[in-house]
Design a protein around this ligand. Structure first.
Ligand SMILES: C[S@@+](CC[C@H](N)C(=O)[O-])C[C@H]1O[C@@H](n2cnc3c(N)ncnc32)[C@H](O)[C@@H]1O
Length: 526
């Protein structure tokens, strides 16, 4: 089979232009894939694509786009074996890959897959390549199972990333490579300030949405567990839907009864909240302890350092407002004490203003905006600030830097742990990004650590599965400071893989959550 194209070969894309959303479904999907290869994120092009379509076409367009992205590198390797001469034109390669996905993964009838894809090529003005596209797709249609096997054999990642993951996860590598090519399950977090998880699960049944209860145990080995989650107690509960569903088909979604959040992302708020309760119960043991801080002794200050769009912040606020009694009346020996905490002051920062807007929108839906908290007469003060976490100082002009009792650092990262949900990441990330991101993470850590009070906790989180951003980042950090200990997790922990510091979740199992990393650090006296 020879490439018939006489057009100049260009394996570079033209500068990104506005996405034109007209033509057939396949034309629109191909244009969207070209925009992603030009640097646009899936998140920025998905809604324009789907909103440009009739209801009946959306499901197919979504599946075609997402599956093509998930299988991108495997399809590309297969394509290289199918043509006699290299095919360099990005538009032609993209069109053929869209055709291959229909034949190999989406079970579209051969004649429709081939005919419609060739027509799409004509519409996009690649008529010169229709002979080639037709010939390759016909060849594959003759024996799809053979080509599907070939395609599924290895990974579907850029080689640099597959290589690094093999270095990092040699034992888990094969499962990981397959796991990353699958769609992720949809999980819900129930807003316990509004309803119980059991009641919400029942409400789902009435809406004919099937869901399983998922429970994750704490595993935390904290100093004093009188009022905090013990190591084998349930840390958090979520719901896994049997099928992904539009949020407007969920009961009381608009009223804030539930949020869509990955199950492993639902660990962050309960982990830092348990640690905070632990710190308070210890402090209550020794009420005279007062460090050189900027706050009243009975106020606590907490920081969400990279907060947008506010998923983990909202979860933490839900826990604080629904557990108000345990936070404000710390228990000792099962007896309630008088209130020790008069106010929780929460600061949330992020350096991207448009993403800060999304925090406000999300909190409003959940009735957790600053205004809502005031109206409900909660002793919670929320301050959302657009600021750079590499330089921002929570103390302002005050003398002591020691400000926060707990810090949640859900750090910017390569997001390699969420490739199942955002498969464009494997097209957009480069090897250099890993180095740059690790440096940014270190800068943020070094700026925040001096702002944590002695005895306070910092939870470091990423949705990366690369050790350089995770356990190795923590090892470097702990080598640098002599006032830090890492909290250990016991064998009771039902999530993640134990690391030298912290735990790593890998997106291997089709029923489990994404690839998050967690390390809980406590500040000690120097
Ligand atoms: C993983 S996301 C946070 C997700 C969020 N915690 C949630 O649960 O919804 C990382 C965030 O870090 C922010 N970010 C990146 N660099 C930053 C910096 N130098 N200072 C503050 N925020 C930064 C990004 O804008 C992004 O919103």
């Amino acid at each position: 089979m020879r490439q018939t194209s006489t057009a100049p070969r260009n394996n570079k894309l033209k500068p990104s232009s506005n996405l034109i959303m007209n033509g057939s479904v396949r034309v629109r999907v191909i244009r969207t894939l070209l925009a992603i290869q030009n640097g646009k994120s899936l998140a920025s092009v998905l809604d324009p694509l789907l909103n440009s379509m009739h209801d009946g076409d959306r499901g197919f367009a979504h599946a075609l786009l997402l599956t093509t992205l998930r299988q991108w590198y495997a399809l590309s390797r297969l394509l290289d074996t199918l043509a006699d001469n290299p095919i360099d034109e990005v538009e032609v390669r993209t069109t053929i890959q869209v055709g291959l996905v229909q034949l190999l993964y989406l079970e579209v009838a051969d004649h429709a897959a081939i005919h419609e894809t060739v027509e799409a090529a004509k519409e996009i003005e690649f008529a010169h390549a229709t002979g080639l596209i037709n010939a390759i797709l016909r060849k594959v249609a003759k024996n799809p199972s053979k080509f599907r096997k070939k395609c599924d054999k290895k990974h579907s990642l850029p080689n640099w990333l597959a290589y690094q993951l093999k270095q990092d996860w040699s034992e888990e590598y094969d499962d990981l490579m397959q796991g990353l090519r699958q769609p992720a399950p949809m999980f819900l977090r129930v807003n316990t300030a509004v309803t119980s998880i059991e009641d919400y699960q029942q409400a789902l049944v009435e809406f004919e949405v099937e869901a399983d209860l998922v429970e994750l145990t704490s595993g935390l080995q904290l100093e004093n567990s009188s009022d905090t989650a013990t190591s084998n107690s349930i840390l958090t509960k979520g719901l896994r839907l049997h099928q992904s569903t539009a949020v407007n088909a969920l009961p009381q979604f608009a009223e804030g009864a539930a949020s869509v959040q990955d199950m492993h992302a639902q660990l962050a708020a309960p982990l830092i909240h348990s640690a905070l309760l632990n710190k308070l119960s210890i402090k209550n043991d020794d009420a005279d302890v007062d460090t050189d801080t900027n706050t009243n002794n009975n106020e606590i200050r907490i920081l969400d350092a990279c907060a947008a769009p506010g998923g983990k912040l909202a979860h933490w606020l839900e826990l604080i407002s629904s557990n108000e009694s345990s936070l404000f009346h710390v228990k000792q020996d099962n007896a309630e004490t008088s209130p020790v905490i008069s106010k929780v002051k929460i600061t949330a920062i992020d350096n991207e203003a448009p993403r800060i807007e999304r925090i406000h929108t999300n909190l409003q839906r959940l009735n957790l905006s600053q205004h809502d908290l005031q109206q409900a007469e909660k002793n919670i003060e929320l301050n959302i600030v657009c600021a750079d976490a590499t330089t921002w100082q929570g103390a302002g002009k005050k003398k002591s830097k020691l400000v926060f009792d707990a810090i949640l650092l859900d750090s910017p990262c390569t997001a390699t742990g969420v490739i199942r949900r955002h498969p464009d990441i494997s097209l957009l990330r480069t090897e250099e990004d890993v180095e740059q991101t690790a440096l940014l993470q270190a800068d943020i850590l070094h700026n925040l650590w001096p702002q944590l009070k002695v005895g306070g906790y910092l939870l470091y989180v990423t949705c990366s599965i690369l050790k350089q951003e995770n356990v190795e980042q923590m090892q470097d950090f702990m080598t640098y400071y002599n006032n830090v200990v890492a909290v250990e997790f016991s064998d009771d922990c039902s999530w993640g893989i134990e690391q030298a510091i912290g735990r790593q979740c890998l997106p291997i199992d089709s029923e489990s959550g994404d690839g998050f990393y967690y390390a809980l650090l406590q500040k000690t006296a120097e």
